[in-house]
Design a protein around this ligand. Structure first.
Ligand code: NAD
Length: 308
């Protein structure tokens, strides 16, 4: 019954909390698809644009929950998500029974499970739906969503997520969306560092970087970091390495995701030696002034370390 009423009310308002680099274009895509948006961000400037677009801006996550029975959250990390759901003015203070709460932030899967339990106690539904694809994909509406939660609620979540993404994949019980996301990003970090150190070695051996990339990309070393997002300036156009590592996916966020992979590895007693190493490298980069640069700046970081 609950699902039916939600599906029938397809263009009723959707709450959106967290209007940053990703949340801003995602919420705009919901508006483009005809959904009235009820917006909240702790940083008032982030909401201004939405007021101009005709969205209702509220004062707290609780107010969003009072006005919308479908809410998407897109927050930096686990503590922010805990605050927004369970804080003094959190969603759970005023959530309506039967509401669908979708968290697209990348957070610890065990936190997603705890939030799901708290949400369930209030008679509402929680799903984790982190995304793959950066700000460009968020703008273009072609993110990939990895969704965890009750399978019978997947269609209701997909109705909204498909407005912001081209792939919406059901992964299993709550927390499995986060698990898929963390695994992907751990592999991405490892392959990016591998590509950066390989390219650096080749350059120092006298190879032209463009030629080396071409050879790697027709050989068994090829990967997304070498053929789509090469970290060496001058090898490719339209990637952060061509623009002083501006934009893209921040080193801080990559370090955060690798930290989540470490926690998950510890919890499941899984050896992840290269994931641990990648985590340390990205943490060192943050400490050495790369925090706001794209994660492919690991190439520049290695160049600077070369005299050691
Ligand atoms: P961001 O920092 O740009 O945006 C987060 C927004 O949440 C900010 O506007 C901030 O003010 C708001 N916020 C923080 N605490 C809040 C609170 N208590 N109440 C209300 N609003 C609050 O981050 P982002 O780049 O949009 O990333 C969001 C999530 O998506 C992160 O978990 C990140 O790991 C993940 N992600 C990011 C990218 C990317 O390329 N940027 C790609 C994939 C996934």
């Amino acid at each position: 019954m609950r699902m039916c009423s939600r599906a029938m009310a397809s263009k009723t308002p959707v709450g959106f909390i967290g209007l940053g680099n990703m949340g801003n274009p995602m919420a705009k895509n919901l508006i483009k698809h005809g959904y009235p948006v009820i917006a909240y961000d702790v940083f008032p400037e982030a909401c201004k644009e939405f007021q101009d677009l005709g969205a209702q801006v509220t004062d707290s996550p609780a107010d969003v929950a009072e006005r919308a029975d479908r809410i998407i959250t897109m927050l930096p990390s686990s503590p922010n998500a805990i605050e927004v759901y369970t804080g003094a003015n959190g969603i759970l203070k005023k959530v309506k029974k039967g509401s669908l709460l979708i968290d697209s932030s990348t957070i610890d899967p065990s936190v997603s499970k705890e939030l799901a339990k708290a949400v369930e106690k209030m008679g509402a539904v929680f799903m984790d739906a982190p995304v793959s694809g950066g700000v460009g994909a968020a703008r273009a509406g072609n993110l990939t969503f990895m969704v965890g939660g009750m399978e019978q609620e997947f269609d209701a979540a997909k109705e909204l997520l498909i407005c912001m993404g081209s792939n919406v994949v059901y992964c299993g019980e709550v927390g499995t969306g986060q698990a898929a996301k963390i695994c992907n990003n751990m592999l991405l970090a490892i392959s990016m560092i591998g590509t950066a150190e390989t390219m650096n070695l080749g350059i120092r051996l006298g190879l032209d970087p463009k030629l080396l990339a071409k050879i790697l990309n027709m050989s068994s070393g090829r990967c997304w970091s070498s053929d789509t997002y090469n970290p060496v300036p001058g090898v490719m156009e339209g990637v952060p390495s061509a623009n002083n590592y501006q934009g893209g996916f921040g080193t801080t966020l990559m370090a955060k995701d690798l930290g989540l992979a470490q926690i998950s590895a510890t919890n499941t007693k899984t050896p992840v030696p290269l994931g641990s190493q990648a985590h340390q490298i990205y943490r060192m980069m943050c400490a050495k002034g790369y925090a706001l640069k794209d994660f492919s700046a690991v190439f520049q970081f290695l160049r600077e370390e070369e005299s050691l």
